[in-house]
Write a protein that binds this ligand. Structure first.
Ligand code: FAD
Length: 326
């Protein structure tokens, strides 16, 4: 019988991503309800040292596959290693963050294992009949579906910032299982030679607690400077609508929406964004939405908890000044 709630622990430069700890924390809660165990899965080179960092978040076991060939993520190698582990151990579920890696790996695994999956989930609860139920946006965020998967393992990606990270408990004990990668030539279809990381002092967009986002109303690349100052004052990230990206004012990696990133920060400040459904799809699970727009009829106000009707070039610097005083 299938057993275990597996969580893929994503790391970047030997730093575990917050989204993985969020899922670990929630998985612990569910495993306690189900009388099951949480298993953290770590892949990479030199990642064995990270096993002890995830145990305080509630893992009963940590499976570590530490291999030079796993140093850089490739779909082929990671799918091969994880699908073999899943076939061997038969877990109930395999959960990943809805990050660039999770969005790539989860469907490949589901295809390889011939199982169903749910992606971009914004809620997950224990269900005594199907083990887990998920809530995920459909029709570009116009509606939400409750999803129950009957195939095993359940594969799902969870939007970052969906759950809180639990307080680490340093008394937790776990078994560490070390496995070999056993990568075959057929898995090496692509070889990643180098990864060039963009350096930014701001937090990662999808994991940020605060996002200051700009749209066509920002008017130019220089206009984003005003938003960057506010983001820095609150320790947040900068995001953008597609209109701003298409205009060439900001890189596409900052785009939020249906064809961009899905984000769920505690505070989302939309500046000069009209609130088209394709944009809203990527940010409407934010806990608090503030909209700044000079058009009182702008659609974004329908989604906003707080709305400011005004020129962003006047309002945003005033907010920055106030936040700097805190
Ligand atoms: P606009 O709709 O032009 O709105 C600009 C707003 O700024 C207006 O409300 C205006 O009142 C306000 N404004 C102007 N000047 C000021 C000022 N000085 N101060 C305050 N307010 C001001 N869009 C996305 O964002 N993300 C996506 O992922 C995405 N995917 C798409 C996928 C498809 C298949 C399609 C068809 C569209 C997609 N779009 C996406 C585009 C989307 O439909 C909208 O065109 C886009 O979101 C509009 O961006 P905007 O709100 O910045 O611009």
């Amino acid at each position: 019988m299938a057993k275990g709630l597996w969580v893929y622990v994503e790391q970047s430069n030997m730093k575990i991503r917050k989204a993985s700890l969020e899922i670990m924390s929630k998985a612990r809660e569910i495993a306690d309800q189900a009388g099951d165990e949480v298993v953290a899965v770590l892949l990479g080179q030199g990642v064995e040292a990270l096993a002890n960092e995830v145990i305080p978040y509630g893992a009963n076991k940590v499976i570590v596959v530490d291999d030079a060939q796993l140093e850089k993520y490739t779909t082929g190698t990671y799918t091969s290693v994880i699908s073999k582990l899943i076939r061997e151990y038969e877990p109930q579920a395999f959960l990943l963050g809805h990050s660039a890696l999770g969005r790539d790996l989860a469907p490949r695994l589901a295809q390889r294992l011939r199982v169903c999956m749910a992606d971009d989930c914004i809620a997950m609860e224990y269900d005594p009949t199907t083990y887990l139920t998920f809530k995920r946006p459909i029709y570009t965020g116009r509606a939400f579906a409750q999803v129950k998967l009957t195939s095993r393992p359940i594969i799902a990606t969870i939007r970052p910032n969906t759950f809180n990270v639990s307080e680490p408990d340093n008394n937790c004990q776990a078994e560490i299982i070390k496995r070999n990668a056993q990568i075959e030539a057929a898995d090496l279809r692509a070889i990643v030679k180098d990864i060039v990381l963009a350096t930014s002092k701001r937090p990662d967009l999808v994991e940020a607690n605060v996002i200051v986002s700009g749209g066509r109303g920002v008017k130019s690349a220089q206009g984003f400077g005003v938003l960057e100052e506010l983001a820095d004052a609150v320790g947040g990230a900068v995001g953008a609508s597609r209109a701003a990206v298409d205009a060439g004012w900001i890189d596409i990696k900052y785009q939020i929406g249906q064809t961009g990133n899905a984000v769920s920060p505690t505070l989302y400040i939309a500046c000069g964004i009209s609130g088209a459904i394709q944009h809203v799809a990527g940010m409407n699970s934010s806990k608090i939405i503030v909209a700044i727009n000079k058009d009182p009829e702008a659609n974004i106000f329908k989604y906003a908890d707080y709305g400011i009707v005004g020129d962003l070039f006047e309002v945003v610097p005033l907010l920055t000044e106030e936040f700097k005083k805190l």
